[in-house]
Design a protein around this ligand. Sequence first.
Ligand code: TEU
Ligand code: CA
Length: 564
Amino acid sequence: MEPKWWHKAVVYQIYPRSFKDSNQDGIGDLRGIIEKVDYLVQLGINTIWLNPIFSSPNDDNGYDISDFRGIMADFGTMADFDELVTVLKANNIRLVMDLVLNHTSDEHPWFIEARKSLDNPYRDYYLWAKGFEGKEPTNWESFFGGSLWEQDQQTQEYYLHLFSQKMPDLNWSSSKLRQEMYEIANFWSEKGVDGFRIDAVVHIDKELTYPQAYNPGGRPYVMAEQYYANRPLVHDYCQEFYQAVLANKEIMTVGEAASATIEEALKYTAPEREEFNMIITFEAISFDIDPNLNPAVPPKWTQKRPDLQEIKRVWMKWQDGLYGKGWNTLYWNNHDVPRVVSRYGNCEQYHQESAKMLATLLYCLWGTPYILQGEEIGMTNVAFPQLTDYRDVEIQTFYREALATGKVSHEEAMAMIHARSRDNARTPMQWDTSDNGGFSQVKPWIGVNENYQTINVAANLADPNSIFYHYQRLIYLRTKSSYSDLLTYGKTTLLLPEDDAIFAYTRTYGEQTLLVVANFFEAPKTVTLAGEVAEIIVQNYPEVSKQLGTISLRPYEANVYLLK
Ligand code: TEU
Ligand code: CA
């Protein structure tokens, strides 16, 4: 595979609202990021993915965009943005921006126009349908819960919204609309942006005959992704986007493709198809969800203990399925999922060990790693007591719909929100022990996790054995060390596939082989592994023997050995 800069990218995801507040209004902003560039340099990352910073009424924290060429006032100005680009370039950090092609805000001028009349020139930019038997056109369910149709008072027609009702979906079958979107992408690429993370892109084409979906019961609306995910035209549009925006530029693209299979992923990422460089899928992070657990709520709100054999099987499917043909991404966390150390680790007794184990396992695999802000210091989930403490629009809809079924109590709904909500990933970055974790001098837009007194950047930087330095080591190994090519291009081979507690694999490239061994759980475990160790290059316990054979792994122990 022809080497590309993004093969060695380590991407640090910044959720700007929650990173650093520079002007004491309780909201993170662009100047806050500029203040913290030195910290990112110290961590060693070389790429930033910035969640949306465009003008937005903030129904969905910036994913509802009202001006694709403007900066959200909360975050600063275009001059601040330009300065950020300059500072990042000076520090050799590349910038990947979020690009939302699937929908706009209902406050976008296009939609304000479109809803005025059936023959408005912008009508065709969105998706409209008449009601069916006095109800919504279809029984399709929004990703945020409830119907994905909303009736518009002006014309009585319904518009389609996969996400909140303030986020009408765009009509990609309109070539005029498509040209508008390409121009927006070119605007940002001309501003010096190095890449795009393309939001919810698998959904841009829909089945425009709007059939009813089979609904086996339980809830009034049903997920019907066959009608709005990974449909064939999506690939045509991606290729058109490539020609209009990306061709002959070294711009990295990562498509958000939550529900893509390997087959689809190959279509999106095979270089010769000229669509994207890589995609983000959700299969590799959904191991603790069980759709059969509670039919009264959408699957994402359920929780079960992960099955390591399944994790291994799915991860290896992606390692093998794309190797040499496409490109892979590696991530535990993003702004849409609860914090991994709370899900798979043990934050009370083995916080450091389990956080380091999870990082070691994932970031030694093949693919481009993504780190969500705060992951590198072991930030955890929150459990706010009141519904009103939560900010995410999805949580509010979920709560309403869940209680309306009559099968979910307030207490049960709150427990689900504590375990599964997106706000877990969105609490302010914990910088130090000062008020509000050093994020802001005033009360932040969303509460700070009360554990900021112990889990924070300052404490991590002061402790040579901290989670931060473990991430720093892994990033260094991937980007700058003599193992960089091995970790970037080496082949992954799974060992001990049947073991239900140990995740072990090798990475091989040329003459070099690394062996990664991790105990995924708390109970100590003995395993037999062959090989002669030249050096131990990563460990999460102070004393580790170089002797392989029959070895005993402590709770969450994870080691990386260079083999002879
Ligand atoms: O998320 C989109 C997303 O998760 C969907 O693709 C969908 O939930 C999935 O296909 C289920 O199978 C992105 C952003 O990451 C999120 O924060 C936004 O709220 C959303 O798009 C709307 O812009
Ligand atoms: Ca601010």
